[in-house]
Design a protein around this ligand. Structure first.
Ligand SMILES: [Zn+2]
Length: 571
């Protein structure tokens, strides 16, 4: 495998479009490719990639930059992790210089833990592969209908009753302290360790970059606990992970939809039943970090939690969180009151796929829940019903959608919509709209400056000459001045400048010729001189008011010289 030492070299090995296409469906429009932005909610494409230099820019949320910046944002990862993704794509190994003194420690330690967990995962998979057909783990897999292909794709493992992981790790020079930190050991007594997972079927938990970060272990018999999870560690935070998403995220993105289930076995069953866009919450209440993940890959969420009280409550909480993010939400109800795994075992994959496809809008689910909890005959019952729904209604960001729901509540309860609105503290229809997305903090850049920026790429030598001729203070006064200076110095490091660069390069103004470039530079200088002229005019007015005629004369001479200069530039 080739080794690459600089991220810059790496970037030239991968067609950036291929990276963007993993996340965005792009359509070519001339030099640019357009698609729906993965960072904000939209119906018409404003995410643009410049075909020549691979920079992206979104005209909706104003994010922009190069492919590394894109990966950092979309994967929520560090610069080096983004570079790793790129390296994997290029099929090369990335070996950057050792990190600077002081920034050592944490990244290295995390790297060690990832390596150790990968080694552990390999050990457990090997043990699963080598288990005899009569073994308890194979019998369990057969009983639960886990096919060999599914086991392979989910990288299922087996923690043998006699252990062996620690010795395996020791051979690869990992210490017990490191295995402890990764959550694979428990301390029985002072300085005495035992392996956490014994005689269990293991589900490796991976982050979205496909790195093993922990394990979930299912008991093979009736032992307690039924499920045993890795504890949280520097690389494993349950609240920021969805089980199985590493495997299904592409399918989730393609479907624009994610099916959320609660546990490992539910995930496995749904996945095996032919719902490829599934992920599991790892048995916790849906957390904000998980919602962020969902939002990164899908616009619609189908919830399929257990139908017991805890599951229904978890679903209600999840709806509230997801609503605030503007996601479409539906709820799949397994008719027999089983969990997805049990239902599929009883009714088969096709019946389950139908349940998912016919999932009801979340509002119907909530109304049914509320209806089942109290009578609507009495006024108090109706008020309680409205109060129950109020929290959800106010979490709906789109005012029009909110009005729709309001009308529906009115219809179901027979209450006056105006009364309801009052009860819900809702502004009347046509009231103030919800706040728009974050405002652009990038400066507006005149076309002449945009042309100069583009010229640096189209006609590098001429642009350099022309910009060098431009007086420094004229360049300084330009909105794109700092960016142009960085471009001349060879590389754009400032993140604001990178975003600005991406926006300009993805803009529609073209540089047809070197002549246009010269004209643009002249215009920048004229604009600078005009500003100076306006300032002189102000000073002249002031001097006249003070009757300082000498000064007026001097300033007027300066102004004449300035106008001459402008005239010469305009020729
Ligand atoms: Zn955007």
């Amino acid at each position: 495998m080739t080794t690459v030492h600089r991220v810059e070299d790496l970037k030239s090995l991968v067609d950036p479009l291929l990276v963007y296409q993993d996340y965005v469906r792009l359509t070519r429009r001339g030099r640019r490719s357009l698609g729906l932005c993965p960072f904000h909610k939209e119906k018409t494409p404003s995410f643009s990639v410049d075909g020549d230099n691979g920079l992206f820019y979104c005209f909706g949320c104003h994010r922009g930059g190069d492919v590394i910046k894109f990966l950092m944002e979309v994967e929520g990862c560090s610069f080096l992790e983004a570079a790793e993704i790129l390296a994997r794509k290029a099929g090369v190994r990335l070996e950057t210089r050792a990190p600077a003194e002081g920034s050592r420690g944490t990244p290295d330690r995390r790297e060690r833990l990832f390596k150790l967990l990968a080694a552990a995962s390999r050990f457990y998979r090997q043990a699963f592969a080598e288990a005899s057909p009569q073994s308890a783990v194979r019998a369990y897999a057969r009983r639960r209908g886990i096919g060999p292909e599914t086991a392979e794709r989910l990288r299922l493992g087996f923690a043998p009753p006699e252990g062996g992981l620690l010795a395996h790790l020791a051979r690869q020079e990992f210490t017990p302290a490191e295995a402890m930190e990764a959550g694979l050991l428990v301390e029985r007594a002072r300085g005495e360790y035992a392996e956490r997972f014994r005689n269990r079927l293991l589900f490796p938990i991976e982050d979205t970059l496909g790195r093993t970060v922990g394990f979930g272990g299912r008991a093979l018999g009736d032992e307690e606990p039924k499920y045993l999870n890795s504890p949280e560690s520097p690389v494993f935070q349950k609240r920021d992970l969805l089980y199985g998403l590493a495997l299904t995220r592409q399918a989730v993105r393609e479907a624009g939809r994610i099916l959320l289930v609660e546990g490992y076995m539910d995930f496995l069953a749904a996945f095996q039943a032919g719902v490829p866009y599934v992920a599991a919450t790892l048995g916790t209440a849906l957390a904000e970090g998980q919602v962020r993940l969902v939002k990164r890959y899908a616009r619609e969420v189908v919830l399929n939690f257990d139908r017991d009280a805890a599951g229904l409550q978890a679903a209600e909480r999840a709806i509230l969180l997801l609503l605030g993010e503007g996601l479409r939400i539906r709820v799949a109800l397994v008719p027999s009151g089983k969990d997805p795994d049990g239902f599929i075992a009883a009714e088969g994959p096709e019946a389950y796929r139908r349940v998912v496809e016919t999932a009801v809008p979340f509002f119907d689910f909530l109304v049914e829940r509320a209806l089942s909890s109290g009578s609507l005959q009495e006024v108090e019952g109706r008020m309680a019903f409205v109060d129950r729904l109020a929290a959800y209604l106010s979490a709906v960001p789109d005012p029009l959608e909110r009005q729709e729901y309001l009308r529906e509540v009115a219809a179901r309860t027979g209450m006056e919509p105006s009364l309801l609105r009052k009860r819900l503290q809702e502004p009347a229809e046509g009231g103030p709209a919800a706040p728009q997305g974050r405002s652009p903090d990038l400066p507006a850049v005149p076309v002449r400056e945009q042309l100069l920026v583009k010229g640096v790429f189209a006609y590098p030598e001429a642009a350099r000459r022309i910009l060098a001729d431009l007086p420094g203070e004229a360049l300084d006064s330009a909105a794109a001045g700092p960016l142009l200076k960085e471009l001349l110095s060879g590389s754009v490091e400032d993140p604001d400048n990178q975003a600005l660069l991406a926006r300009i390069l993805n803009g529609c103004h073209e540089v047809p010729s070197e002549g246009d470039l010269k004209r643009a530079a002249a215009e920048v200088q004229v604009e600078f001189l005009r500003r100076k002229e306006r300032e002189l005019a102000r000073q002249i007015r002031e001097a006249s008011r003070r009757a300082d005629l000498d000064l007026v004369q001097i300033l007027n001479r300066e102004k004449m010289a300035l106008l001459e200069e402008i005239g010469a530039l305009m020729d």
